[in-house]
Design a protein around this ligand. Sequence first.
Ligand code: HAM
Length: 425
Amino acid sequence: MPQAIQAIRGMNDILPEQAAYFRFVEDSARAVLGGYGYSEIRLPVVEKTELFARTLGEVTDIVEKEMYTFLDRNGDSLTLRPEGTAGCARAAIENGLLHNQAQRLWYQGPMFRHERPQQGRYRQFQQIGAETFGMAGPDIDAELILLTARLWRVLGLQDSVVLHLNSLGTQQARNAYRAHLVEYFSAHADRLDEDSRRRLHANPLRILDSKNPAMQTLIEGAPRFLEMLDDESRQHFAALRALLDAAGLRYVVNPRLVRGLDYYGKTVFEWVTDRLGAQGTVCAGGRYDVLVEELGGRATPAAGFAMGVERLAALLAESGAMPPAPAPHLYVVIQDERFAQQGLLLAEALRNDIPGVRVQVNCGGGSFKSQLKRADKSGARYAILLGEDEVARGEATIKPLREDQPQQIVAQAALAGHLKNLIEE
Ligand code: HAM
C-alpha cells in the first residue's frame, strides 16, 4: 500500500463537529456586522510580497520570518496573505472606494503564517476582520469595540474575554518615545536577550512585547508611553474611554499592549481570554491612519480589527456556550432496497412541503433493525418507515424516537401536513 499523504503541519482539517463552531462564529459575526452597516468584501489570498513588506514593517516577526513567499512562474515575488488589513486597504484604494466617502468593510478567510504550531497558533488560520476608512474620531474606534462586545454576547462568550486598551500615539510621539526607549534599553544592554538586542534600534517598542520571563523586570522599569502621549492622542484616548464608559463597557488600560504590526497609531486593543493557554488573544485591532498613504492612496484615517476563528471556536467548545448542531427531524427507514426510489422521493416531497425540515434518508441499505439504530443515533425525532405494506397502500409509518408514543400509519399524501404539526409542537 502506498504511504498515506498527510496534511501540512499547522494547516488543519476542520472536522464536522468543529466546523459547527466555526459556522456559528461566522454566521453570528455576519449578522452583527450587518447590523452595524458593514459591507462584505472578498479579497485575494495571494498578494505581491511588497504589499506586506511595506505595510506590516520590515522588523516584525511576520515579515522577518513568517511569510509564505514564493516566486510564481513569471518570476514575481508573491506571498500568501498573513493578514487582511493590507490587502483590504490596497483593494479600497485600487477600486476607488475611498473617494470622498467613508467605508465600513468586513472580510473573512484563511491567513497564512509560518509560525511554530501549537494550540491556538496555526500556519493556516481563519480570520474575520473589519476595516473602516475615512473616519478619524474616537467614535468609530468605540463602534468597532462595541460591535465586538456585542458579538461576544451573541456567542455567549461575554464572561470569557477581557478588553485591553492602549494608545500608541502619533508617529512623532512614538519617535520621541522610541528615542527614550533606546536610551533606556541601551543603558541595560547586557540584560537584553538576542531578539531584543536586534530590535533595539530597528523597533524598540517590540521589546516591550517580549514574552521572555528573564526580560520582564527590565521591561517593567521602562519609561511608559501613556505618560508621554502627545495632546491629540491623549484627547482621542480620553474621548474613547468616555464613550466606552458611557456604554458601560469594562476594559483594562494596558500600557504594554504594542501589537506586532507596524501600521498602528493611537488606539490599539485586544480581547483576551485566560481559558486557552498561551494563545489567549481572540480579537485584536486598532487605528492605522498612515497605512493608506503609505500604500500610495490619499491620506485616509482608518481603524479595524480581526478575530481568530479557531480560537473563538475553541473557546465556544471549552465554555459549552453553544447549543449542539441541530439533529434531523426525520429519518427515513426503507425496509427493502427495492423501495429506495420511493424513499428518496418521499423525502424530497417532505422537503418541498415542510419549510426548514431536516430529513435524513437511509442510504446504503441495511437491515430494518440496523436502520432504526442509525435513525436513533442521528438524533432524529421521528423515523418514517417505508415497508412492503406501506408502499403497497401508499402510506408511511411515523415512529416517535424520543417519546414513548405509539406509531401512526398515515397516507403519504397527508404525511407532510401531519408531520408539520408534530414538528412544530
Ligand atoms: P493579529 O493580531 O496579527 O492582527 O491577528 C488578529 C487575530 O488573529 C489574533 O488576535 C488571533 O486571534 C488570530 N491569529 C493570529 N495569528 C494566528 C495564528 N497563527 N493562528 C491562529 N490564530 C491567529 C491582524 O492580523 C490585524 N490585521 C488586525 C487588524 C485589522 N488591525 C486593524 N485591522
